[in-house]
Each structure stands twice: as structure tokens, then as C-alpha cells.
Design a protein around this ligand. Structure first.
Ligand code: ZN
Length: 55
């Protein structure tokens, strides 16, 4: 079982995601990011912009 936080994945809060594989964690964090995006959470929007700027 792996556990990672939103922060560790380039997000903006310390919500934790636990799953048996990194792929599942990545999927959970993406879904969390989408939810925060829909709530227009400023910290997450900024984190996402930064992530996109890096790519
Ligand atoms: Zn988050």
C-alpha cells in the first residue's frame, strides 16, 4: 500500500491518497484535482497552472 499526499503530487493541500499502485494514486489525485477545479479552489488552480507551465 502506498500513500501520497496532494502536496507530494504537485497539489495544494495535504489530503492523502492510498492505493496499491502509483497509477491508482495518480488517478485519485487527478479526480481530486478535478473536484477542486470545479469548486474553483484558488490554491489548486494555481498549483495546476504551475504544473502545466512545467510541461
Ligand atoms: Zn488537494
Amino acid at each position: 500500500m502506498k500513500t501520497m499526499t496532494c502536496n507530494q503530487l504537485g497539489g495544494a493541500c495535504d489530503q492523502t491518497f492510498s492505493a496499491s499502485s502509483f497509477d491508482e494514486i495518480a488517478q485519485m489525485s487527478r479526480q481530486h484535482g478535478m473536484e477542486m477545479f470545479q469548486k474553483k479552489d484558488a490554491a489548486h488552480l494555481e498549483a495546476m497552472n504551475k504544473m502545466q507551465a512545467l510541461m
